[in-house]
Write a protein that binds this ligand. Structure first.
Ligand code: URA
Length: 211
């Protein structure tokens, strides 16, 4: 697994405002979107392309087009939805699938409660959006699910990760082609599995407290 922390002053600044507990939801949503666009620029560096011949007003030339099948973007519900606009702004021809995953409070297993994805992902490059890589349970499960459907490689775009969660994902994916692109690797998880210093509950910060 490759981990890429995007080191750029714009990323650091936007992340700082997201972390601030006094940042209101509308500003948080806007900045999360902008931050994802910056991360997506790095995350799509290895998107598959092929040469395409086009006519400019002046001459014939060879340019670059995405190889089919087009990339698939998969936000993990609910907080991943807050990252979707920032991603599709940069890759408007990508297709979008949805995965809803949550922890069963009794068994502590990760359960998939919603899924809208192609049955067959053979050869697809998949971009997973999940803002907080905390314990790594949800992301590991999502990655497993996507490879089982045939994905060729999976790139996860997260805002923050805890070292514990990154380790768990790395151990879970083995030799599979997985990249995690992030704005920061924070210090640790606390006893409630929140990332420290983190930014709090990303879903609540994006959408308010409605459950
Ligand atoms: N999910 C969040 O939204 N925040 C955390 O800190 C950890 C998991």
């Amino acid at each position: 697994m490759r981990t890429l922390v995007v080191d750029h002053p714009l990323v650091a600044h936007k992340l700082t405002v997201l972390r601030d507990k006094n940042t209101p939801s509308p500003v948080f949503r806007q900045l999360a979107e902008e931050l994802v666009t910056l991360l997506a620029y790095e995350a799509t560096r290895e998107v598959r392309t092929e040469p395409v011949t086009i006519e400019t007003p002046v001459a014939t030339t060879v340019g670059t087009a995405f190889t089919k099948p087009t990339p698939l973007v998969v936000p993990i519900l609910r907080a991943g939805l807050g990252m979707l606009e920032g991603m599709v702004k940069l890759v408007p021809t990508a297709e979008v699938g949805f995965l809803g995953m949550a922890r069963d409070e009794e068994t502590l297993d990760i359960v998939t409660y919603a899924e809208r994805l192609p049955e067959n992902l053979t050869g697809r490059q998949v971009f997973v959006l999940d803002p907080m890589l905390a314990t790594g349970g949800t992301l590991s499960e999502a990655i497993r699910f996507l490879f089982k459907r045939g994905a060729s490689d999976v790139t996860c775009i997260c805002l923050l990760a805890a070292p514990e969660g990154l380790k768990r994902v790395e151990e879970g994916v083995g030799d599979a082609k997985v990249t995690v692109v992030l704005a920061s690797i924070d210090e640790r998880l606390n006893e409630k599995a929140y990332i420290v210093p983190g930014l709090g509950d990303a879903g609540d910060r994006l959408y308010g407290l409605a459950k």
